[in-house]
Design a protein around this ligand. Structure first.
Ligand code: ADP
Length: 509
């Protein structure tokens, strides 16, 4: 089994064939070389540190007693075998041999060794290569991790943080071999630490995502980070996990990149919730649209029977006037009044539904000055009746449908006239540019609105007065709010009870 050793090792090997051969003649020491060689051979054999020599291709040439005891093998079971037979991670140990052959020194490289009794021992290996009579020999010092200096308190605390993290915290070398695996990783991907340490990270590859691994490792080799990269990985049970990855290079004490640390956050639940919100939103939008369509159709279709009620009540009154008597006439009056009021309510309801349904963006700008003139022309009779004085400042062109701007002016100016005090209304309409929006105002000197009602008045059917005091349906401001909000603006009121109100609305440019 054993490979022939170089000449300088032969005497030492002959000397102690029954145990294991030691590096008798190396390193040479000053003084009597023969004497120093003997001393060193005994020292190397018996020192309490595990030492071994390997041939350049990985065959174990020699191991001292401490190394054999550490793993529980006899010299025959260990020496002459290839080193990969004892390492859990064959790929990684081949890389290590490769580095040594290139004359790189290896310092405290962590590895896992298989003991004779089947247990696994975590160790660190420090090694270097040297030439021995034309043969390359690799000298290794193996230290049992468990017996190494106890980790400092800071290290323990950091380790506890990594262990208790909900995120997967994984380290891997530049070949993609997993070097550490915390409990978060076990929870997310289902593999235990024993199953994953030593395996390639591509064990987690999800279909169609396998080519990401070389890309990520390339970036790490170039010293780049990968930040919050959202992708998919496959867990042990085959389920696909949505993860957000942050991968950063890990450097050794000399600044050389030796691997990568990766934090993977499971975003499956977040994605599921986002999807649920998207679906709920779509369902809500659909049911809103259905409801608006229903309100529109209902208000339209109810108009017809209502007109019949009003028409036939009127006919009844004309045909049977005398027979009905005074009370009958009064009751028919109430029916007609009720029908007219309901007609107005349905008209407003339809306008409200329309403001929601027909809200496509206008292709052309509306000329606010022109629209205001049209609106005031329509309110002529009411203006004349109370002697209202209406003025306006310079008004812009705005991105809104003409009929919608007319509805806004119509409702707000009509309210300013209706909710007046005893003296003639003075109403001023203005517009100012505020950043990226046009802000319109309709100011009056009317009865004003108490602070507690300034939000409520925009709700549908919300009124502060009876129809006898001030006629109305309570829909005007709700319609205004709908129109403005559909255009991405807002509407509000500032008021001093008894002195007047100013309604503001904005329209984005
Ligand atoms: P309506 O005028 O048909 O009642 P609106 O939605 O237009 O419905 O207005 C809601 C309520 O807000 C009104 O009933 C009124 O009490 C109050 N309001 C609206 N505009 C004014 C105003 N310019 N001055 C005082 N109160 C107002």
């Amino acid at each position: 089994m054993q490979k022939p050793l170089s000449s300088s090792l032969q005497p030492a090997l002959r000397q102690s064939r029954s145990t294991a051969a030691g590096p008798a003649s190396r390193p040479s020491s000053p003084g009597n070389p023969q004497q120093a060689g003997r001393d060193l051979s005994g020292f190397a054999e018996n020192v309490g540190v595990a030492l071994s020599w390997l041939a350049e291709e990985g065959t174990i040439l020699w191991a001292n007693r401490a190394e054999l005891e550490l793993l529980g093998y006899s010299a025959e079971e260990y020496i002459g075998h290839h080193v990969t037979e004892f390492h859990l991670d064959g790929i990684a140990i081949r890389d290590l041999l490769c580095s040594l052959r290139k004359n790189e020194k290896v310092h405290r490289w962590t590895a896992q060794l298989r003991c004779k009794d089947g247990s696994i021992r975590a160790v660190t290996i420090s090694a270097n290569a040297f030439q021995d009579n034309g043969q390359l020999v690799l000298a290794c010092v193996t230290l049992d991790l468990a017996e190494q200096e106890a980790p400092s308190e800071v290290h323990q605390r950091l380790a506890a943080i990594v262990e208790s993290s909900d995120d997967a915290i994984i380290s891997k070398d530049l070949n993609g071999i997993v070097r550490s695996w915390n409990r978060g990783a076990e929870r997310i991907f289902g593999y235990t630490e024993e199953e994953m340490v030593g395996r390639h990270i591509s064990t987690l590859a999800a279909p169609d995502h396998a080519d990401e691994f070389p890309d990520i490792l390339d970036r790490i080799r170039r010293g780049e980070r990968v930040d919050h990269y959202e992708t998919r990985r496959k867990a042990k049970d085959g389920t696909i996990v949505r993860v957000s990855l942050t991968v950063s290079p890990v450097r050794d004490a000399t600044g050389r990149i030796v691997g990568a640390s990766k934090v993977a956050r499971d975003i499956t639940e977040r994605e599921r919730q986002e999807q649920a919100v998207r679906e709920a939103n779509a369902a809500l939008t659909q049911s809103n649209a259905d409801l608006q369509q229903f309100a529109y159709s209902a208000s339209h279709d109810l108009q017809e029977p209502l007109r019949m009620v009003a028409t036939y009540s009127e006919m009844l009154r004309r045909r049977f006037d005398e027979k009905l008597g005074q009370s009958g006439d009064e009751y028919i009056g109430y029916i007609i009044q009720g029908a007219l009021r309901m007609e107005q309510l349905l008209k407003d309801l339809r306008a409200y539904a329309q403001a929601s349904i027909g809200a496509q963006e206008s292709a052309e700008d509306a000329d606010a000055a022109e629209i205001l003139d049209q609106t005031l022309a329509g309110l002529d009779a009411a203006i004349e009746e109370c002697g209202a004085v209406i003025t306006h400042g310079e008004l812009p062109r705005v991105r809104i449908h003409d009929f919608q701007l007319e509805q806004l002016f119509q409702n707000l100016v009509a309210n300013s006239i209706r909710y007046r005090r005893s003296d003639p209304p003075r109403i001023h309409i203005a517009a100012t540019r505020q950043g990226q929006v046009w802000q319109f105002s309709v100011q009056d000197n009317g009865i004003g609105i108490a602070p507690q009602y300034r939000e409520q008045i925009f709700k549908i059917f919300k009124r502060l007065h009876s129809s006898a005091e001030y006629p109305g349906t309570g829909m005007g401001l709700a319609i205004c709010q709908r129109i403005v909000e559909r255009r991405g603006g807002r509407i509000w009121v500032e008021s001093e009870p008894g002195r007047g109100s100013t309604f503001f609305f904005t329209i984005p440019m």
